[in-house]
Design a protein around this ligand. Structure first.
Ligand code: SAM
Ligand code: FES
Length: 335
């Protein structure tokens, strides 16, 4: 693992010097190329329920946001999305939802088993929030391989300002270590530019990622969502999000790092810039078009009107245009 002194990290988190930033991105690209070449991996994302029992202050599908219509896809519809993803060449499915109690441990186990039996060679990633150790183990045994659970911010006080009482950073961290212990490839990560965030908080995020050493790290700007307590706060900046991607790439050279939809939302070429700052994954949307606008994590989310095939070919073009090589293999962690 690379070690950069904290004072230097803090300076790079803050810098607005164009030459220094370009040098940082070049170093991040070199680190990623040494490990993964110019390949960019695809993950087909299925957002299968926007019901959520949580009330995270930043999130557009939080429980108390009554202005959005709620939906839940059936197992059959989720399998149909997987079949479409398979036809488009994807070898990884990411099943994501709010913390939806209807999808209890047994239903998720059955879903994972059904996807596993239909697609024995694909990677199955779950992203369902915090659940019990027993559930995590059952789903792993049923065939899930990976789990995405961003830590959101690694500073306990900052975490408490972004979440309602009772939801703690300690519990989130415990889940992440447990998932790793069970054998999942684990994805942590954080938002850039959330209300009250300081450069020191971002330094703590880097420290936590070094401690956890996750296989994946999702980093994207905070973007306000209407009818949420943070609706009037500004979005995180593209420049700082890119610098954080580059720093994570340098500190965890073997990590899989997505060029997130949020990056593409705050800037038309944000995902391409993410790839140039060291990211090496894209997550095209496979959810049925009718429900996409309802998975409204933040305002003006891109790709909500596009067919799955459009996203597939759009991303392929964007990746090539940025000088990288689309790779449709499973894209397992190779550290
Ligand atoms: N329920 C699962 C969980 O909590 O991990 C998965 C779904 S959750 C909505 C997925 C991610 O969306 C969160 O980890 C968070 O970082 C991101 N997110 C939520 N609201 C956001 C916002 N307003 N801006 C940017 N990202 C946001
Ligand atoms: Fe969805 Fe470009 S990725 S349209």
């Amino acid at each position: 693992m690379v070690n950069i002194p904290d004072a230097e990290l803090l300076r790079l988190i803050r810098t607005e010097d164009p030459e220094e930033t370009e040098a940082l991105f070049a170093a991040a690209r070199a680190a990623r190329e040494a490990r993964y070449g110019r390949r960019v991996f695809f993950r087909g994302l299925i957002e299968f329920s926007n019901y959520c029992k949580n009330d995270c202050l930043y999130c557009g599908i939080r429980r108390s946001r009554s202005s959005i219509e709620r939906y839940r896809l059936s197992e059959e519809r989720i399998l149909a999305c997987c079949r479409l993803g398979d036809l488009l060449g994807y070898k990884t499915f990411v099943l994501q939802s709010g913390e939806d109690p209807w999808w209890d441990d047994a239903r998720v186990t059955a879903l994972v088993a059904a996807v596993r039996s239909a697609f024995p060679d694909h990677a199955i990633t779950l992203s369902l929030g915090e659940r019990s150790p027993r559930a995590f183990e059952r789903w792993f045994r049923a065939g899930a391989n990976r789990y995405l659970l961003r830590h959101e911010t690694a500073d306990a006080e900052h975490y408490a300002r972004l979440h309602p009482e009772g939801i703690t950073l300690a519990s989130r961290k415990k889940c992440l270590f447990m998932l790793k212990e069970i054998g999942y490839q684990v994805g942590a990560g954080f938002m850039v530019g959330t209300p009250f965030q300081t450069p020191e908080h971002l330094l703590e995020d880097l420290h936590f990622l070094q401690e956890l050493h996750p296989h994946m790290a999702g980093i994207g700007p905070f973007i306000p969502a209407e009818d949420t307590p943070f609706a009037a706060f500004p979005a995180g900046s593209l420049a700082q999000s890119l610098r954080m991607i580059a720093l994570v790439r340098l500190l965890l050279p073997d990590a899989l790092i997505p060029a997130t939809t949020a990056l593409g939302t705050i800037s038309p070429l944000g995902r391409e810039q993410g790839l140039r700052a060291g990211a090496n994954v894209v997550m095209p949307n496979l959810s049925p078009r009718a429900v996409r606008p309802l998975y409204a994590l933040y305002d003006h989310k891109i790709c909500t009107g596009d067919e799955a095939a459009e996203c597939r070919f759009c991303l392929e073009g964007r990746i090539r245009g940025a000088g990288f090589e689309p790779d449709l293999s499973r894209g397992d962690w190779t550290g």
